[in-house]
Design a protein around this ligand. Structure first.
Ligand code: GLU
Length: 431
């Protein structure tokens, strides 16, 4: 079983989408189901509706999952396991106040030392905890031996007990911390492989420590994906528009192209343009680079254009607001100058819009009048001949006016080719 575990705390980031895509590819390759776990235990940071939005995005990207579970639904298990750990003396109640801990944290900082829990409450006698009415947290006792993490992408890393530390597993409000809930949930769901962002790498030994303390000995495999950098080489943040999946979609990037791009970067792939169904055939985590991937919007534009070229005409037509093949074919002519459905839509809209013709195209009024009363012509040549014969206008003035009247732009693809796809719409285009 694999899992994708997003927090419903903001817009979905492309890094999260990349994690979801990798999970989906691996689940399909291994023939193991994928579950979505909405990590909603941090009540203050949850945003209403973000869970639905995440699921909608997964659907849009064709990511299939067996089940959706909400982490908050496992609260009784988190509490039961915490009690178990207390009974087994693998965990202890900690009465240190946030103020005391902050003071010690400051002190460590002043000494340029990392803050570590100083065992104030680790060995309290039972009566000291029973009689104590102050709020308390529950901490897991630091492990006795180092924990080695084997990561498919990052390799092996050893974490010392001091660095894992006696960390908090239940907060004073008796809700689990992320590391505890995550470790328990992965165990309950019988997860075999965790694929997530590199920012969680240092959490992994803590999560392993929780499961070790609970006596769970199944080894979970890990793969931590390197972060995605922006074009300046900095970690992509909310301030980078392109970090938001919603923004990408609203800009007219196709889900198939975004998925292609996110699987391509930092990877060795047999070809550059592919679908997820194709990637299932060869995808291998071993080929993922350890180095951060760098986001390049021009490359994404190129990939989007390639997917647009391969799209069925009728489908493309729907993307630009029409329903027939001809408009899909027409849109494809614009792929030299446009690379997103939003840009294509604007090109097609300009063709059908009321046109304002600049004064310099003084012949256009006469040409327009002729087109409006002309019979249907199968070819652009025949239409041109008819206009020349009726008005005597030819050469550059004829072409420039025709381009404006037929496409609403002064430049663009070959008019002959454009005409092939718009000839049945002339009544709507030249009004
Ligand atoms: N909820 C975490 C996040 O969105 C992911 C945790 C995990 O995959 O273990 O960053």
């Amino acid at each position: 079983m694999l899992r994708f575990a997003p927090s419903p705390t903001g817009d979905m980031h492309i890094g999260n989408l990349r994690v979801a895509l990798f999970n989906s590819l691996l689940s399909r390759r291994r023939n193991e189901p994928l579950i979505v776990r909405i990590e909603d235990t941090d009540k203050e940071r949850n945003i209403e509706g973000k869970d639905k939005e995440i699921l909608e995005i997964l659907d849009l990207f064709g990511i299939e999952y067996k089940d959706v579970i909400y982490q908050s639904g496992n609260l009784r298990f988190h509490r039961a396991m915490a009690i178990q750990l207390l009974q087994d003396k693998k965990a202890f109640n900690c009465f240190c106040t946030p103020e005391e801990l902050d003071r010690k944290r400051e002190l460590a900082k002043a000494r340029h030392k990392p803050f570590r829990y100083d065992d104030t409450c680790t060995h309290l006698p039972p009566e000291a905890t029973i009689d104590n009415e102050n709020p308390f947290t529950v901490r897991l006792k630091r492990p006795e031996a180092p924990i080695v993490v084997h990561d498919i992408i990052k390799g092996e890393a050893t974490f010392d007990p001091e660095d894992i530390d006696s960390f908090i597993i239940m907060r004073a409000e008796k809700y689990p911390t992320y590391n505890f809930a995550c470790a328990v949930d992965d165990m309950l769901a019988d997860i075999s492989l965790v694929i997530r962002g590199e920012d969680h790498f240092s959490n992994t030994p803590k999560q392993i420590a929780v499961r070790n303390a609970l006596g769970y000995d199944k080894q979970i495999e890990y793969a931590h994906l390197p972060i995605i950098l922006n074009e300046e080489g900095k970690k992509m943040s909310k301030r980078d528009n392109a970090s938001s999946v919603k923004w990408m979609l609203s800009e007219g990037f196709l889900p198939a192209a975004v998925a292609n791009y996110l699987v391509l970067i930092g990877n060795k792939t047999p070809q550059e343009i592919f679908t997820m169904d194709e990637a299932v055939e060869w995808f291998d985590l071993e080929n993922i680079s350890r180095a951060p991937a760098r986001f390049d919007i021009e490359k994404l534009r190129f990939i989007n254009r390639e997917h647009l070229k391969r799209m069925e005409d009728k489908e493309l037509s729907r993307y630009v607001g029409f329903a027939d093949d001809a408009i899909g074919k027409l849109a494809k002519l614009y792929l030299e100058e446009a690379s997103t459905t939003k840009e294509l839509k604007a090109k097609i809209a300009a063709i059908f819009a009321e046109k304002s013709v600049p004064d310099e195209f003084k012949e256009s009024a006469e040409i327009k009048a002729v087109i409006k009363t002309a019979p249907f012509f199968e070819t652009f040549d025949a239409l041109k001949r008819h206009i020349v014969d009726t008005t005597g206008i030819k050469g550059k003035p004829l072409f420039k006016s025709l381009r404006i009247l037929l496409t609403g732009a002064e430049h663009g693809p070959d008019l002959d080719a454009v005409y092939t796809h718009i000839k049945h719409y002339l009544g709507e285009i030249v009004k």
